[in-house]
Design a protein around this ligand. Structure first.
Ligand SMILES: [Zn+2]
Length: 347
């Protein structure tokens, strides 16, 4: 089948590890389903894999891709009752976990030692004509969304949903600062937060991106820099309830300064550096909370689908590339020059 995969990992030129070619078709085992992939989106995780930055060691070749939407092709033995029929359009929940350890049993499989994303560990990724996942991981595709938009729900929207509504536990009327504008996570967080009745601040180095962020729902766009924290403190009347942080070193000082007392920073990435000064005096004196977050549970994915469908929320797509043009998409991902999601089409 057609696939976009890493033929090697690491080295000086990660994009040279990217191959567009043929890989064996996967077969669904017991309790598994095979999906005919229609669309999958690019995530920083895919570029990290090419760079050799992987959570679980594995041997290439490895099909890349952390999310997908498509059509149920067929099930292996032991199809679960009530699962979508072959031919049904589906959203793929892109996380697997052991389901047996105490953490899985306690209701948060994201804390499972064996939690893996598609393309990690033993799992092939979604950038191929077919994808095999555990059968409980396919849910009916929202009718209001295209395959490309549905694919974007699996990583960035799920991550943003958990950050806003589970980790920060934000309620209507509260306020949030989204650091950075333009990336998939920031655009997802802005759209979800606005629909949930939150006051949304966004900070970016680019005036053009701030304007675009305001078009998708941010009420206040603030240029990043020395005065950003002061401006946000003033506009928010003394500090925001939460910060959605995925940038890291360039934004961290502002993230700490704009919080109200007892406020929370939720971190799901550090794309521009992972070791900013901690400013611990501020953390304890103002009783700030710092929480890490990754992806979300299957129940949170169901909740997300239920949240976006009636509200008509549509993930922002920057561009859809045919699978054969994956390299062009990866060049843009590496450059960070995107507004919304880059999508690969396998139709
Ligand atoms: Zn587990």
């Amino acid at each position: 089948m057609r696939a976009v995969f890493a033929s090697r990992l690491g080295g000086d030129s990660p994009l040279d590890n990217l191959t567009i070619g043929d890989r064996p078709e996967p077969e669904p085992g017991p309790g598994e389903v095979r999906v005919r992939v229609h669309a999958a989106t690019l995530n920083r995780h895919d570029y990290f894999t090419l760079q050799g930055i992987v959570g679980y060691p594995f041997e290439p070749p490895r099909i890349l891709g952390c999310d997908a939407a498509g059509v149920v092709d067929r099930y292996g033995p032991d199809r679960p009752p009530g699962s979508p029929d072959p031919g049904a359009p589906v959203a793929v929940y892109p996380v697997t976990f052991c389901g047996k350890c105490p953490r899985c049993g306690a209701g948060d499989p994201m804390l499972c030692d064996r939690f893996t994303l598609l393309s990690d560990g033993d799992r092939e990724g979604s950038f191929g004509d077919y994808l095999v996942v555990p059968a409980q991981c396919v849910l009916p595709k929202p009718e209001t969304l295209s395959f490309a938009e549905t694919a974007a729900l699996g990583t960035t929207y799920l991550t943003a949903y958990r950050m806003l509504f589970v980790k920060a536990a934000l309620m209507p009327g509260q306020s949030v600062l989204v650091q950075g504008a333009g990336g998939g996570l920031a655009t997802a967080a802005i759209a979800l937060a606005r629909e949930a009745g939150l006051t949304v601040f966004v900070s970016s180095r680019s005036a053009e991106r701030l304007e675009a962020a305001q078009r998708i729902g941010a009420q206040h766009g603030v240029l990043a820099g020395r005065d950003a924290a002061k401006t946000i403190l003033k506009l928010s009347g003394g500090g925001v309830d939460a910060v959605i942080e995925s940038v890291g070193e360039p934004t961290w000082a502002t993230s700490l300064r704009v919080l109200r007392q007892g406020g929370v920073i939720v971190v799901s990435g550090a794309t521009a550096g992972a070791n900013p000064p901690a400013d611990l005096a501020r953390v304890f004196w103002r009783q700030l909370q710092i929480k890490g977050s990754t992806m979300g549970t299957l129940q949170e994915f169901r909740d997300l689908l239920r949240f976006v469908t009636p509200r008509g929320i549509k993930p922002l797509i920057d561009h859809i590339y045919p699978a054969e043009k994956a390299r062009e998409a990866f060049v843009r991902l590496a450059a960070g020059d995107v507004f919304g999601k880059l999508v690969l089409s396998f139709e």
